[in-house]
Design a protein around this ligand. Sequence first.
Ligand code: SF4
Length: 766
Amino acid sequence: MSERERSGGFDLTRRSVLQTAGAAAVATSLGGCLSGGDDPAAESDIAEETAYGNCWMCHHACGQQLTVRDGTAVDITGVDEHPRGSAGPGTDGTLCPKGQSELEKLYDPDRITQPYIREDGDLREADWDEAFEYAARRLEEFDEEHGAETFLDATSWSTTNVHSYFWGNLYGTPERIGRGRHVCFGGPHLSGNLMGLGTNMRFVDYQHSDYIIAWGRNVFESFAGQWEPKGVLEALDDGATLVVVDPQHTPTAQKADHWLPIEPRTDGALALAMGHVIVEEELYDEAFVEEQTHGFDAYREAVDDKTPEWAEDVTGIDAGLIREIAIGFAEAAPAAGIAAWTGVGQYAESQKASQNIFALHGLVGNIDRPGGFRMWQGPPLQPNPFEERGIDLPTNAAEETPALRKYDEYDEYPFRHTTGIGHTVVPEMVDNGHIMGMVNHYDNPLTDGSTQAWLEAIEQMDLVITIDAYWNELTRNADIVFPEAIQLEKDTLIDYAPSWSAYEDRTWLTASRAVHEPMGECKSGYEIYRGLAEELGWGEYFPWEDEAEYSDDLLANVDYTFDEIADQNFVLLDEFEYEQWEDGGFPTATGKFQFDLDEEGGYAQSAEELGIDTAPEWIPPGTWGEEPDDEYPLHFYDTRSVFFSFGADQPLEHLQEQYARKHDLENTEYRGNYLVINPRDAEERGIETGDMVTVEARAGEADDEAMAYVSERTRPGFVTAEFGFGTGNSHEEGMNTMTVHDMQHDPVSSQVDRHLAAEVRKNGGD
Ligand code: SF4
């Protein structure tokens, strides 16, 4: 019996599902704008304290205000006027369902709260001294036998620079995978960077916008901090037009002036057709194009024959509507913006699709202008806090050539010119002996490449260390498990240069102190690395007593100390202007916004190897991804909801309940994800909501099963499942595309392809 069952949880062996009468799906999804937490002892006379936290249930760091009663955190809500959690001055701070569930996470009895080391094939509990000593010895042996350069550093969004200093600068591994670039938005990340928009500039200056296109972006469900949906709602109140490009009728699509139910993976065609109309109608910003861009002639040629009528055949969107949207967007510019991120970033042709979309920004000249595509600025943190202590930090990783660029075995991967390794190539690198061990921080890379291939790769590795709060397939198979405190148990300055926010012209910082003692034997990340460093003889590189002291050195260029920021949770810093390109140009090879990437050497090499253009171009679906056929007739996609980000939040009860409610279900027992299937496809297969189903794809049949949810929310011919499930967490069941994946990716950006061709069948008798 699991700890959850012992604690009055659920019977995991029997599945049942009750359909509720119209549970409010939209209300649930907009629960992001609610505050949370019950207050059962509100009438009591026990002294209460107010404390602050910062949410890391996703990496947007909304401020958290906590009520602590007698040492126990009993209530959690947002921080008013917080840059990420509110709509700005004079507005309430709120938390989304994930943020609301952080108290449950804090007190979750199933967290990892003890170090573990593997002995005689099994993990056993260890104390910290033993765990540090064992890890240091294994790391030294690994370096002697395989070389530290074959040790992979797998990071998450909650990974701080201290982690990178340890593994990169000190241990010396150049091999790194992380979230974002190859997991969520590989194409937009690469295209945005090369075209001059930066890698981190995803969001519209919503509050000043007259025309917002949410392109594959469900801003009312999968927001980037609470400020995002609030900014869109403010714009709508002020009369802005909202266009949603999305195959699914999401809560955002339900609020849109125009919903474009596009044929999946045809975003690039729609963007080219819009560009065709804007050029043909001479609605583009001639001065901006002339003075600030590179490659317009190639762009004009690329869109010349891409008429709305051509695009209607490809995208399924009416040509007249394409023309109307293109004209509306261009006429509203520069106060018009496109939010495109994960929705257009997770299939095999996503780099070129996002290049086609981002070209529209250059065309209408909305870049870094009010209401357009904002080039957000982060605070001026000290990039090298070691300087403040007179410490010369080694650069061991910088002296190594990553295997992807060093060995001929990887010549078939054009993305080696443009990015580091992607999740899908790691198992092959293990097979080749170029990766022999890894450290994983607070993530589960098995959700971002073929789960089976990753499991086999982990089996082959000589040393696997993980630092996490929850059990999953990786932590269960590790040699050493370090339990890291969660956000509410440690002092934290959010140090990853936060930028986009409700304050469109101010940089800002947010920080919080530990609200609660770490559970069990948990330590903060800083304490873990300092302990391990001391054991390895690197103690001199950890001179700071604690995170607060370390943060003060990061703040050397700012007029605030850690304590001063943590006292009020956030501070606003310097103002920054619009049109920042006026002075400094764009951070590209030509110093201009680039329609054509011909001057970007690495990209040009990749394009040549793939036989594609460096300019915008239509790359049809199936060029690198899969297409359905008679044997596997369904498109199978991963989707994301507001409730889950990665393995660390899927076990939480509050989120599971909200997830069921969103589907109009009262699901009291089944703990996994749903396979959403259209009624037509379900009927053909004899499937009803609540049936357990198995998915088959070319790479094989899923070992795990999912529960069918029959709904018009997915179109005929398409089935979807939630990202991240089915990977060994103690409460998860179910599967997603990674369970039956065959290592497909975008060859330019290495983004894992979360689309497959598949067949679904009802399981017998359950
Ligand atoms: S959007 Fe939600 S999960 Fe993300 S930081 Fe804010 S409250 Fe937390």
